[in-house]
Design a protein around this ligand. Structure first.
Ligand SMILES: [Zn+2]
Length: 310
C-alpha cells in the first residue's frame, strides 16, 4: 500500500473491511488485545472479537477505546479526514472538511474535535541536546478591524466589547524551537520570568545554547543556559549564528492558521490548537503517508468517549 494524495488513499481504502484490517495492524500489529481487561487471546467473531478471559468475555472491535469508538462515520471517511487535517499546514475548518468529504458540518466538527485529541502532546518533550534553541513570545487573537462591530473592543469602556460582554485581551504564547528539530508551544498568563523560566527548565536540555531577542523576560536565561540575543528594537536580526527566524516563521504560520481558519480561539481550547500546530510542524519532514500513520498510531483515546463529545 502506498499513497501520496487523497484520491490514492480513498482508492486504497474502498472497503470498510480493508480499513479495519489496516487499522488492526496499526493498533495491534497482529496481536489483538481486549480493551476492557487487556486479555491477549480473544476469539474472532462475526463482528469483531470476544475476550477469552473468564472474568471478562466481552465483545469488542478495533475501534473500542479509540477516537473512532461509537462513531457512525465509516473509517474510510475518518482516514480521509485525518489525512486532510494533518497535511494542511494551516489546518482545516469544519466547513471545509464537511464540503471536502460530503458530511454535515456538525459531523465534521466532531471529527476534527477528536482528531485534535489525537494530536495532543502526550509526553513532555526535551529539546536542545545538540542544536541551538530559539525562544520567542507571540500574542494570539483576531485583529480588531476584522471583527464584527459588536465583537470589537468598546471605545467607551475598554474592559467591554460593543455588545457589553467582557473584552478578552490577546493571549500570550511562548515557543521553544530547536533549530532543525522540534517545537514546543505553551500558553502563559503573562510575560514574566516566573512564568517563562520553569518552561525552559522543563523542556530544554542543560547546557543548551539559547537565542532570544532583547526582551526583559529573558534576562535570567543566562543563569542556566548559554544565552545570545539579537536586538530587534535596533533592527538587528542576525548576529553570527544568532537569530530567532525559525520561531518567527512558525508564528506567522500559526497566526495565519488561527486567524484565517478558526477566527477565534477560546482560552479553554488554546492549548489544543497549539499542540495541533506544533505536532504538524514536528512531523514536517515525514511524507504524507508516514505522517498519516504516525498520527493513526496515536488514535487510542486518552479521554473516555463522553469527555470527547462534551
Ligand atoms: Zn477482556
Amino acid at each position: 500500500m502506498n499513497f501520496k494524495s487523497l484520491p490514492q488513499l480513498l482508492d486504497y481504502f474502498k472497503e470498510e473491511s480493508t480499513c479495519i484490517e489496516y487499522y488492526e495492524h496499526i493498533r495491534w500489529n497482529g496481536d489483538p488485545a481486549c480493551p476492557h481487561c487487556g486479555g491477549l487471546n480473544p476469539y474472532k467473531t462475526k463482528r469483531g472479537y470476544r475476550c477469552s478471559e473468564k472474568e471478562c468475555r466481552k465483545d469488542f472491535t478495533v475501534k473500542v477505546g479509540t477516537i473512532f469508538e461509537n462513531s457512525k462515520i465509516p473509517l474510510r471517511t475518518w482516514f480521509a479526514a485525518i489525512f486532510l487535517a494533518t497535511n494542511h499546514k494551516k489546518g482545516i475548518s469544519s466547513v471545509q472538511l464537511a464540503s471536502d468529504l460530503g458530511i454535515t458540518q456538525k459531523s465534521a466538527w466532531h471529527v476534527l474535535h477528536r482528531i485534535r485529541e489525537m494530536l495532543r502532546e502526550k509526553a513532555p518533550k526535551m529539546i536542545g541536546d545538540t542544536n541551538m534553541v530559539e525562544i520567542d513570545e507571540a500574542y494570539i487573537g483576531g485583529k480588531e478591524g476584522n471583527k464584527h462591530y459588536k465583537k470589537q473592543r468598546s471605545n467607551e469602556n475598554p474592559n467591554l466589547k460593543n455588545d457589553g460582554t467582557p473584552y478578552q485581551p490577546k493571549k500570550m504564547v511562548v515557543g521553544l524551537v530547536e533549530r532543525g528539530g522540534d517545537i514546543i508551544v505553551k500558553h502563559v498568563k503573562r510575560a514574566t520570568n516566573e512564568e517563562i523560566l520553569p518552561l525552559l527548565d522543563n523542556h530544554i536540555a542543560e547546557g543548551s545554547e539559547v537565542h532570544t531577542d532583547e526582551s526583559n523576560v529573558y534576562h535570567k536565561v543566562g543563569r542556566t543556559f548559554t544565552h545570545k540575543t539579537v536586538v530587534h528594537s535596533a533592527s538587528q536580526y542576525v548576529v553570527g549564528n544568532c537569530h530567532t527566524n525559525t520561531i518567527e516563521n512558525f508564528w506567522s504560520q500559526l497566526k495565519r492558521g488561527i486567524n484565517g481558519i478558526y477566527h477565534h480561539v477560546s482560552e479553554k481550547h488554546l492549548e489544543r490548537y497549539l499542540d495541533e500546530y506544533a505536532n504538524r510542524y514536528n512531523t514536517r519532514n515525514l511524507t504524507s503517508q508516514e505522517r498519516f500513520e504516525y498520527f493513526l498510531e496515536q488514535s487510542e483515546s486518552v479521554l473516555p468517549y463522553k469527555n470527547l463529545v462534551n
